[in-house]
Design a binder for this molecule. Structure first.
Ligand code: NAD
Ligand code: IPM
Ligand code: MN
Length: 358
């Protein structure tokens, strides 16, 4: 088989800590299946600003473009929070998504039964929860024109939210395809009672969904959706929504699983290149302590195998190993009921690697 090339961007804060555990999983896969990955690290985010003067150096972007998949930790931190926009780590993240054409962000929230007690929600509410947020990733208010101007009332700041039909069509089609392979239920989330972009979104969803008669469609306003996610999480299958709503709702959905440290993601485009990263950020509050949960990043590798390498079996090996370790009672602090018994980042990685079997 051909050698897969994986670009690895650790980033900032806990990014490199959780990515190191995911790399152990890559190594173990090589042993188990007799394959070889070609991995290469590159600077990205705050660490790239410090060393190269830009959050997304040209060589990092080129490496990613030449790879089969990108594994990313997280970027950002207080050190760069007051920088101008071009010198912010987050600008690098938006840049890499846009430059690689990764318009579709898949964020599954799956409940591990044994973690029900780790969630802040009642176990009976969580029963059966298994949903995916399909977030539009390269449009909307994140990428519209932004500027400041002086007015008689002081400075004014403007962020523009724009979507064209093509952008909506391609993400909705993706979401319909995802729903078709699952429980065939699609929830489109918008704010069509107020926003013009949302009205175009809803019209477009209706038009595209007509091609998918086997998929049941509902429209839910974003404020109501935020509430329903906590009231009836198990009733959702695939949620499709625009960039900022998807950002917010996926963090909310993370708490259904017990912790943001559990949520993996895949960012995909028209081509075969995919970018895989945890949904969480660089967690400056716990960075450097060796306590971060690496499971979101490790499960992102499972998504990489399945979605970029079309390698279901190896993805299942990872997911089963995570389940086995959790079933055995091992917990990082974020998902531990008794925090005094929690294991650290590296130990959790080792336990998962040990549990990987064919
Ligand atoms: P965050 O996700 O970094 O942290 C939120 C809370 O969750 C913190 O208390 C943190 O300790 C905890 N947490 C996050 N991941 C965890 C893990 N794996 N294990 C245990 N606990 C975990 O969000 P934030 O604090 O709002 O943002 C911090 C920085 O990260 C900011 O600079 C932000 O811009 C950036 N950020 C980056 C990404 C990314 O790179 N994809 C995503 C979100 C935020
Ligand atoms: C995420 C993050 C990013 C986003 C930030 C860091 C730009 O919150 O990946 O969810 O808002 O997309
Ligand atoms: Mn986010």
């Amino acid at each position: 088989a051909e050698t897969k090339r994986i670009a690895i961007l650790g980033g900032d804060g806990i990014g490199p800590e959780v990515v190191a555990e995911a790399e152990k999983v890559l190594k173990k896969t090589e042993e188990l299946f007799g394959v070889q990955f070609e991995t290469e690290h590159a600077l990205f985010g705050g660490v790239a600003i410090d060393q190269k003067g830009t959050p997304l150096p040209e060589e990092t972007l080129e490496l990613c473009k030449s790879a089969d998949a990108v594994l990313l930790g997280a970027v950002g931190g207080p050190k760069w929070d007051n920088n101008p926009k071009e010198l912010r780590p987050e600008t690098g993240l938006l840049g890499i998504r846009k430059q690689l054409g990764l318009f579709s962000n898949i964020r599954p929230a799956v409940i591990f039964d044994c973690l029900k007690e780790a969630s802040t929600l009642k176990p009976e509410v969580l029963e059966g929860t298994d949903l995916i947020v399909v977030r539009e990733l390269t449009g909307g208010i994140y990428f519209g024109e932004k500027f400041r101007r002086d007015t008689e009332n002081g400075q004014e700041a403007v962020d523009t939210c724009a979507y064209n039909e093509k952008e909506v069509e391609r993400i909705v089609r993706q979401a319909c395809e995802v729903a078709r392979k699952r429980r065939k239920k699609l929830t489109s989330v918008d704010k069509a009672n107020v926003l013009e972009t949302s009205r175009l979104w809803r019209e477009t969803v209706n038009r595209i969904a007509a091609d998918y008669q086997d998929v049941e469609l509902e429209h839910v306003l974003v404020d109501n959706c935020a509430m329903q996610l906590l009231r009836r999480p198990a009733s959702f299958d695939v949620i499709v929504t625009e960039n900022m709503f998807g950002d917010i709702l996926s963090d909310e959905a993370a708490m259904l699983t017990g912790s943001i440290g559990m949520l993996a993601s895949a960012s995909l485009g028209e081509g075969s290149l995919g970018l895989y990263e945890p949904v969480h950020g660089s967690a400056p509050d716990i960075a450097g302590q060796g306590v971060a949960n690496p499971i979101a990043t490790i499960l992102s590798v499972a998504l990489m195998y399945k979605l970029s390498f079309n390698w279901q079996e190896a993805g299942d090996v990872i997911e089963n190993a995570v389940k086995k370790v959790l079933d055995a009672g091992h917990r990082t602090a974020d998902i531990a009921v008794d925090k005094s018994k929690a294991v650290g980042t590296s130990k959790m990685g080792d336990l998962i690697v040990e549990a990987m079997v064919r």
